[in-house]
Design a protein around this ligand. Structure first.
Ligand code: 1YM
Length: 642
């Protein structure tokens, strides 16, 4: 035995063998020795401080990346017990840092709530470090112990100084062993920051300070959220428009704590985050299931009771009530069972009912007390249900009619003859007269024509789900061939280009808005993959002598005329084209349809989003915003820069 380890007794031989086992197979204890494993060391120590905070003894934790890439973690808790441990005969501090699986089990019986991936704690960090120093402030004394070379104490815990009675806590500094962490021993500030922020959200009132003392630009940030999960949800929704203030529910039953915060926003997305003992449960589990089922149940009950749902309406589904929902669920459990391949799922069956009861009761009360908020939530879910039902109807429709001969079935689609989908184009044309010219002016081999009446929008002044029952709209769905919703399959698209050919007037732009909204909501990949275009019929026909020139707008007209010689300028004949319908077939072919001469504008997703917003406003029930919108955008609606 060398000098450094003299104070060990027989028991300690086992201790060292334990730590040696960790060094031999580090992956078994921290998962990996990559950068991820390196950062995991920090969490193992921080977890002990957080447990002390959860036990109610600590409010401040500080994490410092030192200049030499060692890390210091401090807390202001009671300090790890310093007395001699009855089983090991050495100080409890040393026991905690040298005996595998010691952790909280050596303490006063409190369970370890936080616990990292493997929950093996301080001794593993010690085993995988070049050196570790632990300082404990307790009973007006400063205790100190240092370990070297994978966990061997240099000498037993000793008192090195005095301190005030008020000063208590633990300070640990460790330097990861480069022999173990061969990839890297450099800590990444942003990795630490992300998790520190999450931990601060999950443990309301706990202050965590993160410092980086390396290099010239030192960093120091403080994370403290007195609102806890409520602030977490606020943070997650920061880029969206929330529909109401955050709702927060907490409760404890059978030693299981459930906390939930939620807020709806105006998107169609759902974001659910869940945690057990501060560990992310990416695959959900019984806590999440309990909360979900209560959410669906309570919203349906409320919607029925307050007549948001009529007697014959079908119930709202889980997906309906989760549209636009951001929700965080946090469970604290004395004995969690993590399941699944990545251990990312809570398995404890008893949690389902506890979570469902606590959340259900709190959420119901919250709806009762805030009828305005309840109304917004009901309307959001019912809107989601309507869209779901409409999509289903449209899907059934496109399925039943999909295989039939479109030309005969509808009498409207003038299909093209080519069987090569890459060269097939579908022109969706506004108005019957335009249809006439378009049919004559097209290339019947590659260009199909589908006419749409300008009055759809006025007649069906209603939501998109109603518009889906419009026969012409349904014929578009059928003609495209892709089906919609879950069954959408872009490989079944019957045309490579879908070209919207509408007039340059208000009716035309309304129709275009409607068509784009339809495509955006039900055929989004068609836009994303660049299959949708707008034709650009010219506004003017300028002729002089035998020359004819079509131009798109006033600017082009001026430019063209100015480019002509003086003597010609006075003789030009300028014809304002009134609409597609008034163009003859030859004009229409030359200006708008002929592949060689036409100008097509590809619709991008931003155009479609803009159209969707316009649609919402144009179709909205509130008159004021609609009028305001039309006044403000009279020009841009007409020209809808597409
Ligand atoms: C910077 C890291 O380890 N803080 C810390 C750890 C402990 C205690 C307090 C503590 C726990 C208990 C009683 C108990 C630990 N103690 C043990 C053990 N910060 C840091 N702060 N008194 C103090 O659990 O009953 C393990 S961790 F086992 F010794 F009690």
């Amino acid at each position: 035995m060398n000098k450094e380890t003299q104070h060990y007794n027989e028991n300690d031989i086992q201790v060292l063998e334990g730590l040696e086992a960790v060094r031999r197979r580090p992956g078994m204890y921290i998962g990996t020795t990559s950068s991820r494993g390196l950062h995991h060391l920090v969490w193992e120590i921080v977890d002990n401080a957080i447990d002390e905070a959860l036990a109610g003894y600590c409010d401040d934790i500080e994490i410092i990346i030192n200049e030499d890439n060692s890390v210091t973690i401090k807390d202001d808790g009671r300090g790890i017990p310093t007395g001699i441990h009855h089983k090991t005969g050495i100080s409890t501090v040393e026991t905690v840092y040298t005996i595998l699986h010691a952790g909280g089990k050596f303490g006063g019986g409190g369970y370890k709530v936080s616990g990292g991936l493997h929950g093996v704690g301080a001794s593993v960090v010690n085993a995988l470090s070049s050196w570790v120093e632990v300082t404990v402030y307790q009973d007006e004394k400063v205790y100190f112990i240092r370990f070297e070379n994978g966990g061997k104490s240099v000498e037993p815990l000793k008192v090195i100084d005095k301190c005030s009675k008020e000063r208590t806590g633990t300070m640990v500094t460790f330097k990861p062993d480069p022999e173990i962490f061969k990839e890297t021993t450099v800590f990444d500030y942003d990795i630490l920051k992300t998790r520190v922020r999450e931990l601060a959200f999950l443990n309301k009132g706990l202050r965590i300070i993160l410092c980086d003392d390396r290099g010239i630009e030192k960093k120091k940030e403080e994370f403290l959220y007195n609102g806890g999960l409520k602030e977490y949800v606020h943070y997650l929704n920061r880029n969206y428009t929330p529909l109401h203030d955050e709702i927060y529910i907490e409760g404890i039953r059978d030693n299981i704590t459930i906390e939930v915060a939620l807020q709806y926003n105006d998107t169609y997305n759902n974001l659910t985050l869940s945690f057990v003992n501060n560990i992310n449960t990416g695959d959900g589990g019984t806590h999440e299931e309990g909360v979900r089922s209560a959410l669906t149940r309570i919203i349906n009950n409320y919607a029925r009771e307050y007549k948001f749902l009529k007697e014959n309406d079908e119930s709202l589904t889980g997906d309906d009530v989760r549209e636009g929902l951001t929700i965080v669920v946090s469970c604290k459990h004395p004995d969690p069972q993590f399941e699944g391949q990545t251990k990312g799922r809570l398995g404890n069956g008893e949690v389902r009912k506890v979570a469902s009861d606590i959340f259900g009761e709190g959420f119901e009360r919250s709806l009762m007390e805030n009828p305005d908020v309840a109304k917004k939530i009901m309307e959001k879910a019912i809107q989601a249900a309507r869209a779901r039902i409409a999509a289903k109807k449209a899907r059934e429709l496109s399925r039943t009619r999909g295989g039939l001969d479109l030309t005969n079935q509808w009498g409207k689609l003038a299909d093209c003859s080519s069987k090569n989908p890459l060269e097939r184009e579908l022109f969706i044309v506004e108005g019957d007269s335009a249809m006439g010219s378009a049919k004559l002016g097209r290339n019947p081999q590659t260009q199909a024509i589908l006419p749409i009446k300008g009055k759809i929008l006025n007649v069906e002044k209603s939501r998109l789900d109603k518009i889906l029952s419009n026969e012409e709209i349904r014929s578009i769905i059928t003609a495209l061939g892709t089906s919609i919703g879950d069954e959408f399959d872009i490989n079944k698209l019957r045309y490579n280009k879908i070209i919207l050919m509408t007039d340059a007037d208000v009716d035309g732009s309304h129709i275009r808005t409607l068509l784009l909204t339809l495509l955006y909501r039900f055929f989004r990949p068609l836009i994303e993959e660049g299959h949708v275009y707008a034709a650009q019929p010219p506004l003017y026909k300028i002729s002089h002598g035998k020359t004819t020139k079509y131009v798109l707008n006033d600017r082009e007209k001026e430019e063209y005329i100015n480019s002509l010689p003086e003597e010609v300028r006075s003789k030009v004949n300028i014809n304002r084209q009134k609409g597609l319908g008034e163009m003859d077939a030859i004009d229409l072919r030359n200006t708008t349809m002929d592949i060689e001469q036409r100008i097509l504008l590809k619709i991008n997703i931003e155009d479609a989003i803009l159209a969707d917003e316009m649609f919402t406003i144009l179709m909205g029930e509130e008159v004021a915003p609609r009028r305001k919108f039309i006044e403000e955008n009279a020009l841009s609606v007409r020209n809808l820069d597409i």
